[in-house]
Design a binder for this molecule. Sequence first.
Ligand SMILES: Cc1ncc(COP(=O)(O)O)c(C=O)c1O
Length: 410
Amino acid sequence: MKNIIFPLIAMLWWAGASAQSVVSSGFPELDEWTGQCLADRPYALGYPGNYDGNLDGFYKWYTANNLGDVLINNAGDPFEKSGALSSAKFERDVIEYFAPLYGFDTSDLWGIVTMSGTDGNNHGIYFGVNYLKNKTGKMPVVYVSDEAHYSNYRLCDVQNLDVKLVKSDDMGRMIPGELEKSLDPTRPALIIYAMGSTFKGAVDDQKALQEVFDRHPEIPVYRHVDAALFGGYLPFTEYRNLVNRKEMAFESISISGHKFFGIDSPCGLFITTRNIYDNQNSFDVPYLNANMRMINCSRSGTDPLKFWWLTKTIGVDGWTKQAKAMMDNTQYLMSELRRIDWPCWNNTYSNTVFFRRPSDQIVTRYNLANSHDERFGGNLSHIVVMQHVTREMIDHFISDLKNDEPCERK
Ligand SMILES: Cc1ncc(COP(=O)(O)O)c(C=O)c1O
């Protein structure tokens, strides 16, 4: 019976969800791809993209002015004089808009709109290394939890850095005692805080980890926050202090733009202080008439415009409402999973729910992300409750899950 009901529910839901018709491009393969994207969109539960972006007005304005014919390139420093056909002025506005939300003062500020959360982490690591090296003459050791996003570890490889993966607890938080055990007292420390971790949505306890460094005042420290997803919504919740440097003390932060903020292609924010910027290596580039301390030469001029548009059209009030709905829906998903006795877990502050992995059929249909952890019974999946994950969607998921079995029992 289960085999009949499941596809039937799915088909009805599919029919409603994919009702949006495709405007033909004149290229059949492109139209087919478009139709598939529109049909898949409501099922996108497993990854932290916001599929409810609000850029329609932006695109109307953009195309009405034929800006598609103009290359807008923000090569250079948005805090210096910018050249023609650059949107650097808006990029700077964006950094100045968001900086106070993360506890940075506009009087001591530097930042850029990045190409992604990973790009922001790359800058955090690169800036941290240069800052510590310039201050101490020694290369730092990087410390990051074994539950943090893989990009941090990968970037240390790219930058040829010594990195120590610090053990996390069951729920995914870096264990302060493990950090202390792994410290190298002869070299500076560059710590990356996961806010939160990718699969379990864990938030490293910055205060407890700082206490470890307080016990080792001989070790100079740079603290970078990888807040790819959580850095988007936490400033608009009661937990805002977790990403506020006045409360937590960190030197830089990276946030993705295509996650909570709903920008339709990968981008992000990298924010640090002027003091950190001033302690970077100087790269005077005569042909650009600029000091290029950031890693990339060409950078998008369109993404800062999209960010800027959102600050004007959504803003703090809109994001506060969105963050509340996401947190409420996260609790709704947890309560529904518990109601049907499906083992599930959720970290405080987190919009990520991880649970016993269902059948492959459900994993594929809802584009779930998978992991494995014996401490939680083996195979796991997670859902990231973004803006487009409504109660209706959760109800559909739960009704499918009720007819399913965790994959281990099969
Ligand atoms: C905690 C964390 N850091 C970094 C990243 C990478 O960000 P991006 O995909 O924007 O490069 C992710 C992506 O999911 C993430 O979850």
